[in-house]
Design a protein around this ligand. Structure first.
Ligand SMILES: [Mg+2]
Length: 165
């Protein structure tokens, strides 16, 4: 079975939109990386996840992917704090009792957490896709405008079932 890793922020839930709005509200300059890191480390993830919503029926789509029995599915998500892990796991467990969840500290590459070779990563962040491909994996971009930036692109997760036949 193919190993399929699905990103969380910007793929399963629109948490990025919510955090960007919060940054704008608190007048944080997106270019000030030190302030951005601090901001992300101290975020109230329970609140963010409550204000976020699923992207294009993502939970249903993941259910369909699991039921297709074609893939070993795991959620592979960058995190900035332990609290972020706790809250993300809580939300994911409301939908799936036993899906594998792999939190990756923001400071390191997703490819350093597991073997990317021969595995698929679905991610909205191009930098992650580049690293994944360099490590021998197969990268698919998730983008609501269907802009693949050089990668195969999807805007809802259940199309993976036929795409990766
Ligand atoms: Mg993402």
């Amino acid at each position: 079975m193919l190993n399929l890793y699905i990103d969380f922020d910007g793929v399963i839930m629109n948490t990025i939109d919510v955090t960007y709005k919060m940054m704008e509200k608190s007048n944080i300059d997106f270019k000030d990386s030190e302030k951005c890191i601090k901001f992300y480390e101290t975020l109230d993830w329970e609140k963010i996840l409550k204000e976020s919503s699923a992207i294009n029926d993502s939970w249903d789509c993941i259910g369909k992917i699991i039921n297709s029995k074609k893939f070993n599915v795991a959620i592979l998500t960058h995190v900035n704090s332990l609290e972020e892990i706790i809250q993300k796991v809580k939300v994911i467990r409301e939908h799936f009792r036993d899906i594998t969840i792999i939190p990756v500290p923001k400071a390191i590459s997703k490819t350093e957490m597991l073997k990317a070779e021969g595995a698929v990563l679905v991610d909205d962040y191009v930098h992650n896709l580049v690293e994944w491909e360099q490590a021998g994996g197969y990268s698919i971009r998730f983008d609501l405008d269907m802009d693949g930036k050089g990668y195969p692109v999807i805007d809802r997760l259940d199309v993976l079932i036929d795409m990766l036949d």
